[in-house]
Design a protein around this ligand. Structure first.
Ligand code: 1GP
Length: 244
């Protein structure tokens, strides 16, 4: 089974959790330790990526170190075609649908596609939609962030992603967002689309994670919480909340 099939099989049984590790935030050794802990606590995949500071070197070293420690897919979550790792199990082949920059809507993808073909990395297509406040990714992506009270526009983008044949939609409030994507927006998008829905940004505790899941997220993504020490019990409770 490839990564897409593995994830789809798992999603039949319920919502998934993915742990995002930014290779620019710690040494590969520490990233591997975080990956190992998340794996042991039941996370379903490790996403590797960040908005700034990702280089071919820190990406490859981080991916290789994590892969030695986990038996779940390691998926690259890219910010562009500047660095692509041959060592990942899959790569989100994504378009930032509400970016004002054509570079992030389709040009980086055009640059990356032949490389991905050559490396034989599995592409997982995804429509990436930035919701206010958007944080760093909204800023560097020149996103026209979807206002938090505008579920209608979020639904329209998500439907556009599905109708263009994308395999998933990601509603992103931005890493470290003070509040996650609003639940009514998640609910409206979930109701409209049939493809998997990832939700991330600003999810820091079990109660919030449970609410995001109940609103309709197929995959809940957390990143920041593992960047500070003492995340074990918090991550444990978040993963349990998603799996229950
Ligand atoms: C960022 O949605 C992810 O792409 C994770 O966000 O760092 O706030 O958990 P946090």
């Amino acid at each position: 089974m490839n990564v897409k099939e593995t994830l789809h099989e798992k999603m039949k049984k319920g919502a998934l959790h993915m742990t995002l590790i930014d290779p620019a935030k710690q040494e590969p050794k520490m990233a591997a330790k975080i990956g190992r802990t998340a794996f042991e606590l039941g996370t379903d995949a490790i996403m590797v990526g960040g908005s700034t500071g990702v280089t071919q070197e820190n990406l490859d070293a981080t991916v290789l170190a994590i892969k030695k420690q986990v038996d779940i897919p390691v998926i690259y979550f890219p910010s562009g075609a500047n660095a692509i790792s041959p060592y990942v199990d899959a790569i989100y082949f994504m378009s930032m649908l509400n970016s004002r920059s054509i570079q992030l809507v389709v040009r980086e993808q055009m640059l990356g596609a032949p490389i991905i073909r050559k490396l034989k990395v599995e592409p997982l297509s995804m429509g990436y939609i930035i919701v206010a406040p958007g944080m760093k990714v909204g800023e560097v992506g020149d996103a026209e962030c979807i206002p938090r009270d505008d579920a209608k526009t979020a639904v329209a983008y998500a439907l556009a992603a599905q109708y263009m044949g994308m395999g998933a939609v990601y509603l992103e409030a931005g890493s470290g967002a003070p509040q996650p994507v609003p639940e009514d927006m998640i609910r409206a998008v979930r109701e409209a689309i049939d493809i998997p829905l990832l939700v991330g940004g600003g999810i820091r505790d079990a109660e919030t994670a449970a609410r995001i899941k109940r609103a309709g997220a197929s995959i809940v993504v957390t990143g920041t919480i593992v960047e500070n020490g003492n995340y074990h019990s918090r991550l444990d409770s978040i993963i349990k909340a998603i799996k229950n």
